[in-house]
Design a protein around this ligand. Structure first.
Ligand code: GDP
Ligand code: MG
Length: 283
């Protein structure tokens, strides 16, 4: 845990949503960092899910695995408190990495130094890493050193993106992610995992006082009939709270006033429906 937090720390903009729940990141998201003579293309991915049940999860695994094919440097972010059994398929995958492979022991702010040392020892014996760094992605401890190490090993080549570009995703994508982040925070159990957010319209206008205003209309798709009343809540209380929290977060991100409208629709079993998955960007 800490992949998305790390990418945000390194790119310096809020690219990926972060929650304390697993499977928050569903897509491969690119964050760009350009200097006078370099460009780093960071690729934040979902974690690999052991036993994917839904088509959506299989797609998430494909996004995660695709980085094994085209990355010049691989960063394996390990939560210092996380354990992997010896036969974990992730370990086998790491052993097959052909490019420089960094172990980043994350969340060192949460444990004593001897714990970090013990984890380092275990993983040094397990996998032949090119480098090991101890970091706190949250507090940006050790992240500058990671950046320097990446720059030292970055192959030479042309810049793929314009220097001022920060990501390959349109603004609308981040708007839907910010709403999804609030759903992950406010709802429990299966609800956030059964939900997808689609931006129906996104318009920059003005308030009647002439201040900039973005009007956003979003649809929340759930995968079962019974989930709709849960999203809405008693007398609409839950969705009202979601709307307020999401609007505040969007106003911060867009740096202007936001008018947000939320609708809930049922898309029966969308997580296993190839057509829907394609439409929702999971292919
Ligand atoms: N204490 C601490 N928490 C962290 C650190 N890095 C990430 N977290 C928290 O761990 C959780 C998961 O982080 P996230 O970046 O979404 O992990 P991902 O699933 O690998 O992308 C969030 O609640 C983060 O705030 C860290 O260095 N220290
Ligand atoms: Mg993530």
């Amino acid at each position: 845990m800490g992949k998305s937090t790390l990418m945000n720390a390194l790119v310096g903009e809020r690219m990926s949503i972060i929650t304390n729940k697993p499977q928050t990141t569903r897509h491969r998201i690119i964050g760009l960092l350009s200097g006078d003579d370099f460009q780093i293309v960071f690729s934040d991915t979902p974690g690999i899910i052991d036993n994917p049940t839904y088509g959506m999860q299989k797609a998430m695994n494909r996004f995660a695995r695709s980085t094994f094919e085209d990355a010049d440097i691989m960063l394996f972010v390990l939560d210092v408190n996380e354990r992997y059994p010896d036969d974990d398929p992730v370990i086998e995958q790491l052993k097959n990495v052909k490019v420089p492979l960094f172990l980043l022991i994350n969340k060192i702010d949460k444990v004593h130094a001897d714990k970090v040392e013990a984890v380092r020892k275990i993983w040094t014996d397990r996998v032949d890493f090119s480098e090991i760094h101890e970091i706190s992605a949250l507090h940006k401890t050790g992240t500058d050193q990671v950046l320097d190490a990446i720059l030292k090993r970055l192959p030479e080549g042309p810049a793929y993106y314009p220097k001022d570009q920060l990501t390959d995703r349109p603004e609308r994508f981040f708007v839907s992610e910010i709403i999804r982040e609030k759903i992950l925070e406010l709802y429990h159990q299966e609800i956030p995992y059964s939900t997808e957010v689609i931006i129906e319209s996104f318009k920059e206008t003005e308030t009647n006082k002439g201040e900039p205003l973005t009007r956003i209309s979003a649809i929340i798709f759930v995968s079962r009939k019974t989930q709709k009343p849960i999203i809405i809540g008693k007398e609409g209380k839950s969705i009202k709270k979601l709307g307020t929290e999401a609007r505040k977060s969007l106003e911060k991100w867009l740096e202007m006033k936001v008018f947000l409208e939320l609708h809930v629709k049922i898309k029966e079993d969308w997580r296993d429906d190839d057509r829907q998955l394609k439409w929702l960007g999971y292919s």
